[in-house]
Ligand binder design. Sequence first.
Ligand SMILES: [Zn+2]
Length: 137
Amino acid sequence: MKMKMPEKIDSIMFAPCGMNCQICESHNKEDGCPGCLIDSTNKTKASLNCKIRACLDKKEFKYCGRSKQNPCKLIKKQDKNYKKRYNFSTYDNAKKIKNTGIGRIMSENRDEWACPECDGIIILQNGECSDCDYKKE
Ligand SMILES: [Zn+2]
């Protein structure tokens, strides 16, 4: 689905693990996943069954970056997987929240994942712009 990057990515798009749902392929398709933090039955199985999300539901803070156990086994495994498959570190993103705050991360993520050619959303999983032929290095 062709999608333009919003001027500002909403902080609700920032999953507890550091994943940015705005640039996720599951979010950017017809009738796609609304996002990890949005209550819906229309989410991907991975999101509905996410152990990281379930863990955070029991804590007083909302993001892995604030956990004393960081990095825990769950986030380590996920981070390794995402780095290998998509060259994206969820854990680095999650950690930044402590130092820079969520507004800043969302703005950095926007700059990094907006297509320089057309301002479309570049999909995290394949690095391709959803709206033109651009591919992220
Ligand atoms: Zn583009």
